[in-house]
Design a protein around this ligand. Structure first.
Ligand SMILES: Nc1ncnc2c1ncn2[C@@H]1O[C@H](COP(=O)(O)OP(=O)(O)O)[C@@H](O)[C@H]1O
Ligand SMILES: [Mg+2]
Length: 402
């Protein structure tokens, strides 16, 4: 018997396919997971508004079009998908042929892609055996399939999530005109969702007013709601694995950072994954802090990923200055520039002018990475600008090194 054989014999299938001692139902913490009603917290008004828009459709009448805005992680996708599923069930009870298709426009960002998703989505519900080519066709061919398939449908609801990522408007025009242009007898409803409230005016210009029967905003969660959301998914973890303070602490962290439920769920998942990776029996606050820190480093990395080297030298300089002076966190443009020059030269790069560095600082202020204030400096003394780094310098340095 060789060594490898004896190794293998120690290895039962239980070991081989071990799912670890931390998670029980990981899928509950996945981003696209649509939880059942009992796990959804504090979105009754929002659910009712979506329900009201879809109500007539459950009786075979025309749904109302809806536009939903709100920051990321406020439950927009969840509520829309959940309520449209329930609307479909209700419609079915009423003998109404109701089909809804969910499309994430950050994947399907062109007219052809959206038209294809709609055609395939309706096909899957209505006539799964119908073959529709997934390549080589243009938007008009997919519409053709769609309108044909919709002959067997009373109400069609399409959810266009992250609609601000959609690169052309034609599909919106097609949908808004579908009924009046006689393309279909089926009632068509559109739920448009955007994470960007600034997108509102742009959307008003872009789409026919018929797509905007009503609109409303989802607001960020507070710590108590985030805590409930996490408590309702505690069973993603094995019993007694979560240390008591982990959920409240995660909720507090996420509430401080814009009330984003997605981040809360991601961080608690990462904390669990760290505990699992380290072979620990429980998820502790320290796993949570590490997960949080890792997330911050990643986020900052994403933020600076596309920046020029000079922006990175500048941020590095400001982080180093901040770290070197425990009692001071505001620095003049001049001091920052001196440090930046050293940094650029050390990297073998020709420094840009102070004026340009100043403009880069202003850009960082706009992004919320830095903040600037005028010093007091009375008349004649000349007040000047000072800048402060709004992030933990250690995280900035880690991100820039990563
Ligand atoms: N009210 C809620 N109750 C339970 N889970 C929620 C709630 N709101 C959001 N979530 C969860 O948080 C994550 C982000 O929600 P999502 O609907 O994707 O936000 P948005 O679309 O607004 O960015 C998802 O995993 C979702 O299941
Ligand atoms: Mg979403």
């Amino acid at each position: 018997m060789t060594d490898s054989d004896s190794d293998l014999s120690d290895f039962t299938d239980d070991d081989l396919f071990s799912t670890g001692n931390i998670f029980a139902r990981r899928e509950l913490l996945r981003v696209g997971h649509v939880p059942e009603r009992a796990r959804i917290v504090g979105r009754d008004d929002e659910m009712q508004r979506v329900g009201k828009a879809l109500g007539p459709a459950t009786q075979g009448g025309p749904p109302r079009n809806l536009i939903i805005y709100g920051k990321t992680g406020t439950g927009k996708s969840l509520v829309s998908r959940h309520v449209s599923r329930r609307a479909r069930d209700r419609a079915e009870e009423n003998g109404v042929r109701f089909v809804s298709v969910y499309i994430d426009c950050s994947d399907a960002d062109t007219e052809t892609r959206v038209a294809r998703r709609m055609a395939l989505g309706v096909r899957d519900e209505v006539d799964p055996s119908l073959h529709i080519p997934t390549s080589g066709l243009g938007a008009s061919e997919y519409y053709h399939y769609l309108w044909n398939l919709l002959e067997a449908v009373d109400v069609f609801v399409v959810i266009l999530d992250e609609i601000d990522k959609l690169r052309d408007d034609e599909v919106l025009m097609q949908l808004s005109r579908a009924e009046e242009s006689g393309k279909t007898d089926c009632y068509v409803g559109v739920i448009s969702i955007s994470n960007k409230i600034e997108y509102r005016e742009r959307l008003n210009e872009r789409v026919n007013s018929s797509l905007q029967d009503s609109e409303f905003v989802f607001h960020p969660y507070d710590a108590a709601q985030l805590k409930d959301i996490l408590e309702n998914r505690r069973d993603a973890f094995q019993a007694d694995v979560l240390e008591d303070s982990v959920i409240p602490k995660t909720a507090a962290l996420a509430a401080r950072e814009h009330g984003d439920a997605r981040k809360a769920i991601e961080i608690i998942y990462e904390a669990g994954a760290l505990a699992e990776g380290q072979g620990d029996a429980r998820v502790t606050e320290s796993h949570l802090e590490d997960a949080q820190r890792e997330a911050e480093v990643n986020r900052f990395q994403e933020l600076v990923a596309g920046s020029t080297p000079h922006v990175k030298y500048l941020l590095r300089s400001l982080a180093i200055l901040t770290q070197s002076r425990p009692t001071k966190d505001m620095f003049s443009t001049h001091d920052i520039y001196q440090r930046y020059k050293q940094q650029a030269e050390a990297e073998g790069s020709e420094p840009i002018t102070q004026d340009r560095v100043y403009r880069l600082l202003k850009e960082q202020t706009f992004l919320g990475v830095t903040e600037s204030h005028h010093t007091g400096g009375g008349r004649g003394q000349g007040s000047y600008l000072e800048h402060r780094l709004m992030r933990d310098p250690e995280i900035v340095l880690d991100a820039l090194d990563g």
